[in-house]
Design a protein around this ligand. Sequence first.
Ligand code: ZN
Length: 120
Amino acid sequence: MNKGTWPQISYFHEGTRQSRVIKSQLELVEKKGWRELYRAKDGTYWRLDAVDKNQTRYMLRVDDLDTWWEFDATELEKNLLRESRGESADRLCRWKGCSNPALLKMEICAEHAFQYGLRE
Ligand SMILES: [Zn+2]
């Protein structure tokens, strides 16, 4: 399947210029629960979380149409948090026994921040 022109996973902020550009290139294919499946003009498929004021929404490239709805993107979401916040080069997570680098301007790593509910 075509990899498409957007990153495999990204945050989606309704109302921004970028989100309008992306939406203009997507066609809704299916809606299931709180998730929507879109087809892009280049033939790629994307999963988008439905609008929820209190939840971070993700746009995720769908590689398998059979499991688009149930695919667990937790690890990708953690990686995105790590990439968007950045990691310290010299400070470790303060969580007992954890040896991951702390996120920039934070005391804990992406893994533990994610456990606390931090998403972006
Ligand atoms: Zn940690």
